[in-house]
Design a protein around this ligand. Structure first.
Ligand code: ADP
Ligand code: ASP
Ligand code: MG
Length: 404
């Protein structure tokens, strides 16, 4: 007998037929004698619609009220899934974040889970009941509902698996595993049977939305065995594992892209000590994350600084910089939302040179201009025009020998 957390994403619970399908899968697992807890997302498209409502009423909406609106999607699917299970003769009960409780910090809209009390759920699972937990939500120190950031149900599932000391956390989605890149833009992407926590963490953090970054971080820390698999097919999925468990290490494990960033250039800033602080401290004070940074070589005592921020933060970043203009002393600011970040990731990069070189040559051969570059031990990222996203990802996928 095993204890398993099964998480179903938005497309897996998109309508009543799919919720019935989810209930069947859960019952099959419970019928084999396993203890099962379920985590569900909102129906596909629902969270986007709810976010849109908030934005339409107020561009700078109150984050507490945003949370109380967007958390409702998961409340609906947890109740419906419990009903569908009961209809199959399976004892089941829905749970909202505050009921368990899933305690988070107070950062509304992107809260982090601090603790989960698993006692009551474990008791009920032992008696054969299936808890159906609303993903994406928790309760903050202000006793108000919080949400965990987009894609946060993955994190709910991993955190619950850790709290319940589950043997496995199965993430059911609309693809049958983790691929060398997004299979929706590269049809001959290859499914991986295993991927290391570290590589998945890096891929998620640079845009592979198949798992929320925080969920991988948590799985790595709490040693949760995570599997990604399809809720529509019966094929084995991809296991996220320790590095020692991967026998054949590829130099490049995967390629990811993100269209979520915008580029800002601050032109002709005086090139003297403290200038980077003058630009970036006000941004961090305003809670704006900066990702890629490029500073040009100074000519005539001034220089240009280019960096990226999340698209949703761009308007605020421009406002903050404008207010700091007297301290910074720039000539002008330009911005561009029409960019994409393309990243190659692999633990093999630690011991193999030439990965970045291959990337630059491949993009050059397609006439794709690189606007910024960042690297880490196991990753190289470049910023290119958004219109080149598919072309760049496909060309790199072939260049690194990843085509299936
Ligand atoms: P869910 O609603 O089930 O959480 P998501 O849309 O959040 O599903 O994540 C699944 C999607 O992630 C897939 O449909 C796919 O387009 C995308 N994706 C991006 N990169 C990858 C990858 N390397 N492997 C698999 N899927 C990926
Ligand atoms: N429904 C939430 C979202 O769309 C959480 C999730 O699906 O993981 O972001
Ligand atoms: Mg998701």
């Amino acid at each position: 007998m095993a204890r398993i957390v099964m998480k179903f994403g938005g497309t897996s619970v998109a309508d009543l037929d799919r919720i019935r399908n989810v209930a069947k899968r859960v019952k099959t697992e419970a019928d084999t004698g396993n203890e099962v807890a379920v985590v569900v997302s909102a129906m596909a498209g629902v969270t986007n619609r709810l976010v849109g409502y908030c934005q339409s009423l107020s561009p700078l909406f109150d984050a507490r009220e945003y949370d109380s609106v967007v958390a409702t999607g998961e409340q609906v699917t947890s109740g419906l899934t419990a009903i569908a299970l009961q209809e199959l003769g399976q004892d089941a009960r829905s749970w909202q974040g505050w009921q368990i409780a899933v305690e988070t910090n107070g950062e509304h809209g992107k809260a982090r889970i601090e603790s989960i009390d698993g006692e009551e759920l474990i008791e009920r699972m032992k008696q054969g009941q299936v808890p159906v937990v609303a993903g994406f939500q928790g309760v903050g120190p202000d006793n108000r509902v919080t949400t965990l950031g987009r894609g946060g149900s993955d994190t709910s599932a991993v955190a619950l698996a850790a709290a319940l000391k589950a043997d496995r956390c199965d993430i059911y989605t609309d693809v049958d595993g983790i691929y060398t890149t997004d299979p929706r833009i590269v049809p001959n992407a290859r499914k991986l049977s295993k991927i290391t926590y570290e590589e998945m963490l890096e891929l998620a953090s640079v845009g592979a939305k198949v798992l929320q970054t925080r969920s991988v971080e948590l799985a790595m820390k709490e040693r949760v065995r995570v599997q990604v698999l399809s809720s529509f097919a019966d094929t084995p999925g991809t296991m996220v594992v320790d590095e020692e468990e991967v026998v054949e290490k590829e130099i490049v494990a995967g390629i990811a892209y993100s269209r979520d960033e915008a580029k800002i250039t601050v032109r002709r800033v005086p090139d003297h000590p403290g200038i980077a602080a003058a630009v970036f401290v006000p941004l961090s004070d305003a809670n704006i994350n900066v990702d890629m940074i490029v500073q040009n070589v100074a000519a005539d005592g001034t220089t240009d600084m280019t960096f990226t921020v999340g698209k949703t933060d761009m308007a605020r970043a421009l406002q903050v910089l404008d207010q700091a203009k007297p301290e910074i002393g720039f000539a002008e600011i330009t911005s561009d939302q029409n960019v994409a970040k393309i990243s190659v990731v692999g633990v093999g990069m630690r011991s193999h040179a030439g990965v970045a070189g291959t990337m630059f040559k491949t993009l050059a051969a397609r006439g794709i201009n690189i606007q910024a570059i960042t690297t880490s031990e196991i990753k190289v990222s470049v910023l290119v025009g958004a219109e080149y996203t598919e072309l760049a990802v496909r060309a790199l996928h072939t260049a690194y020998g990843l085509d299936g």
